[in-house]
Design a protein around this ligand. Sequence first.
Ligand SMILES: CC(C)(COP(=O)(O)OP(=O)(O)OC[C@H]1O[C@@H](n2cnc3c(N)ncnc32)[C@H](O)[C@@H]1OP(=O)(O)O)[C@@H](O)C(=O)NCCC(=O)NCCS
Length: 217
Amino acid sequence: MRDLLPPTVAVAVAGPDDWVGELLAAEQACLSDQAVPTRRRDFTAGRVCARRALTGLGLPPTAVPAADRAPVWPAGVVGTITHTAGYCAAAAAHVSDIRSVGMDAEQHREISPGVRRLVLLPEEEASLARLPSDIFWPVVLFSAKETVYKVWHPVVGSWLDFQDARLDIDPDAGTFTARIAPARIAEAQVDDPPSTISGRFVVADGLVRTAAVLPPR
Ligand SMILES: CC(C)(COP(=O)(O)OP(=O)(O)OC[C@H]1O[C@@H](n2cnc3c(N)ncnc32)[C@H](O)[C@@H]1OP(=O)(O)O)[C@@H](O)C(=O)NCCC(=O)NCCS
């Protein structure tokens, strides 16, 4: 993820011990007592990485609780967390440097026809035929759209459906640009909602990784 984000963003990727690390009390309170072991490991690795990302910004490793599933960062900080089997990362930045940051990791594999229909717009589906065939592009678009949501939601506070962002991919540059549906922009309750969100992707080691930032206003 480090290579996908600007240097003003602190990034932490989980090592083997982080999945069984310590949760702070405010974080523990956000994890259901009924959480299955995999969920507990994912959540723990995410919080350990989140606090390490905070120290990478020169800040104390304070708790990163959650509200309505979204991580709650200390005042003046934006950040993001992702986990998938065997991989977890978190990133944080000062709001003076970055307005919002999002990141997503997925296993690099085909997605089901049902999910594909849910995620891809007809014009995106048509564009896949022009892309190199050594990559499962639907899962790249899926991951990029989840990253777009993680950038959008902390800033705008509203839901964004997969069909509300139209993605253009540049396979050579490893970049993507999402154009947000005008209706979602029009109904946004904040000043200056982002109409485009641009990011980077990489496919390596069996994973798709995507990341994007919004520059400060
Ligand atoms: C929230 C969502 C994007 C998470 O993605 P995921 O692939 O399921 O899981 P990841 O491991 O990558 O990310 C999970 C982390 O996202 C973060 N997250 C959850 N809700 C969030 C939100 N509203 N905003 C920002 N981050 C959020 C959390 O930190 C969570 O980890 P945690 O519960 O351990 O703290 C996904 O579950 C979702 O709801 N998607 C539908 C909305 C969407 O993607 N629309 C596309 C618009 S183009």
